[in-house]
Design a protein around this ligand. Structure first.
Ligand code: ADP
Length: 615
């Protein structure tokens, strides 16, 4: 006698178990899609189902047969729920109601199967009969003589399962997913024909054993090959795309082990894909860089949102700066299972940025030197006045000392005058030095009103020379975080332009208003109003563009510099013609820093200087 059926069933059960493990492991690595996990469960229960069939064929007593077949029915109930659930994930044709209905249906069937004394198959204790298979093997006859009503109801559920699976498969085909649909289609044809065949056996139309377990197994194998093929082609396609992206891309699991890297990253690391996968940063980089990655990635995983970081690290002996977008990968329950990073090498553009920055500073400085050069005549007057006063006070002091009866009080007053005049000259020089210094100074808390006041003081002689009435209106407490010299440069440029615009206007009416105040939206505003020649409305939009000038000696750089400084401080600058049609008002706003208030220094008391004669 050749035993063929039972060894085959054991083998099929073993293969199904292996398939369950294989797809289970894939499913664990890809928790964002449930297809593999569901398929693994399907394989697992098919493996048990085939085993119960084998046990049924080998049953020694009727009681044993009843219990084994009861178990078989339980597994059938589970399988006929799992199959449509898997099909819904595989095809994307999800009908929650149908699946819920099937869950209830097969749940009730399973319960009835447990409660009935002989399970769903038998209405009374069966007698063991045997069947001799064509190759001589003798097995227990599993055909049922008198079927229970419940058994027929089970067929009804099966019709629903078949109908849904066929519909989902056709829908998949209709949507153009021919490969997937064909795969599922062949599996279902094999499976359902084995079920129909088994029905024919059950109802006595065919005199042979049931083959449903072979149908189930066939379905699983076709699907397993299909799923693995789909996975491979997905991975190949994704890797091909990632390898051609001009950015470093990698994925790490929650322990920080690399799951995926693209070719650019491999070339940066000088390692192959296989050498990187499964490793942690601590095995690839020094502890400093590994720590940097860890901190950035932990914050993304803690907040569960995408975030951008600038990461600098040494690769192949060179420092590279990357702009990295990191985001968590979430499973179907919204829990993170990995982190992905897309990093662009911005080393080159950083260098260019730095060069541009330096260039801009140089232009700003050149402009400042030019502007300040224009006021040196009045500054020399500003300096010569206190120096002359110091000289005459010192000479007077010497004369006092030549007399025996030196009046010490008078001498003290003279010396105090010398000290005061010296400080004044020192203040002018310091103001100039601050304006002309080349290095970039760190941003500090400054008062916009104080800046304007400093510039007005520097230009004091210029106003007198040009016979200009200045009307300052400076609100104290406009504190900003800014580079003082740069903000002073903006004010100086705007005032110098105003003076030049008033140069050809009739004397006696020239007025410059300088206002600094706080605007409601947390901004400090500085307005410089003149009553000069004004700007034709059609040119208002152009004057901030570089190299636009209407002056014979002009370079057209001043306003462009003003705009770039103001914008570098997150501010805004614009110009308007005055309502009365005479002159213009330049406005610029800068964000206020409310965290700090500095007191405004009281304005220096000035002696009225005699007007300089202009030639
Ligand atoms: P420059 O002073 O070298 O010409 P600017 O960029 O400072 O360069 O100014 C550009 C142009 O804007 C000036 O040539 C002038 O025509 C116009 N402009 C600037 N300020 C005023 C003003 N207050 N009144 C009238 N025109 C002005």
């Amino acid at each position: 006698m050749h035993e063929f059926l039972l060894p085959s069933l054991y083998t099929l059960s073993g293969i199904s178990l292996y398939a369950a493990l294989h797809h289970g492991l894939i499913g664990i690595r890809r928790p964002f899609e449930q297809t593999h996990i569901l398929f693994s469960l399907l394989c697992l229960f098919v493996s048990f189902y085939i085993l119960t069939k084998a046990l049924g064929y080998k049953a020694l007593t009727a009681q044993q047969l009843v219990e084994v077949r009861r178990g078989e029915v339980m597994l059938v109930c589970i399988l006929f729920y799992l199959l449509p659930t898997f099909v819904s994930k595989y095809t994307g044709v999800a009908s929650r109601r149908l699946l819920a209905g099937l869950a209830i249906f097969w749940g009730v069937m399973g319960l009835v199967n447990l409660l009935l004394p002989y399970g769903i198959y038998y209405i009374e204790m069966p007698t063991l009969t045997y069947m001799v298979l064509p190759w001589g093997e003798t097995v227990v006859d599993l055909r049922v003589i008198q079927l229970s009503r419940w058994h027929n109801i089970g067929w009804l559920g099966l019709v629903f399962v078949m109908g849904y699976c066929i519909y989902a498969c056709l829908d998949l085909y209709r949507r153009g997913r021919n490969g997937r649909a064909r795969n599922l289609g062949w599996g279902l044809i094999l499976f359902f024909s084995s079920i129909l065949y088994s029905g024919a056996v059950t109802y006595g139309h065919i005199n042979f054993i049931h083959l449903a377990e072979f149908g189930f197994f066939g379905l699983l194998m076709i699907m397993s090959l299909g799923l693995t093929g789909i996975l491979r082609s997905h991975e190949r396609r994704m890797q091909a795309v990632l390898n051609h992206v001009p950015a470093v891309i990698y994925m790490k699991d929650l322990d920080g082990r690399y799951l995926l890297v693209n070719r650019l990253y491999e070339s940066f690391l000088n390692m192959s894909n296989a050498q990187v996968i499964g490793k942690k940063d601590s095995e690839l980089f020094s502890s400093k860089f590994a720590e940097m990655f860890h901190i950035n990635e932990s914050s993304v995983l803690a907040n569960l949102i995408a975030d951008e970081f600038e990461e600098t690290l040494y690769l192949n002996g060179e420092a590279h700066t990357f702009q990295s977008l990191k985001f968590p990968l979430l499973d179907f329950e919204g829990l993170p299972y990995a982190i992905c990073s897309i990093s662009t090498d911005i080393t080159e553009s950083r260098h260019l940025d730095q060069e541009m920055h330096l260039l801009r500073r140089k232009i700003w400085h050149a402009d400042r030197v030019t502007r300040t050069g224009a006021i040196t005549a009045s500054l020399s007057h500003e300096l010569s006045q206190p120096l002359a006063a110091i000289l005459s006070n010192a000479q007077a002091g010497l004369r006092f000392l030549a007399h025996d009866d030196t009046d010490l009080e008078e001498l003290q007053a003279l010396l105090q005058d010398i000290v005061r005049d010296d400080k004044r000259a020192g203040a002018v020089i310091n103001g100039l030095r601050a304006m002309l210094k080349q290095q970039e100074s760190p941003r500090e808390i400054i008062d916009l009103s104080q800046c304007a006041q400093d510039v007005l003081e520097l230009l004091h002689s210029e106003f007198i020379t040009r016979n200009i009435e200045v009307e300052p209106n400076l609100t104290p407490g406009c504190t900003l975080l800014a580079d003082k010299a740069q903000i002073q440069q903006v004010i100086l440029n705007l005032i110098m332009n105003a003076l030049e615009a008033m140069a050809n206007q009739p004397a006696g009416s020239l007025k410059l208003k300088v206002t600094v105040d706080i605007q409601s939206e947390g901004k400090a505003c500085c307005c410089i109003q003149d009553n000069g020649e004004g700007i034709p409305p059609e040119l208002l939009g152009r004057i901030f563009d570089g190299f636009y000038t209407t002056k014979a000696q002009g370079m057209g750089v001043g306003l462009a510099v003003c705009r770039s400084i103001v914008e570098a401080h997150s501010g805004h600058i614009w110009v308007e013609n005055n309502d009365d049609g005479k002159g213009v008002t330049f406005h610029f706003t800068l964000p206020i820093d409310t965290s700090y208030k500095i007191p405004i220094r009281p304005s220096r008391k000035r002696r009225k200087l005699p007007s300089l004669t202009t030639t």
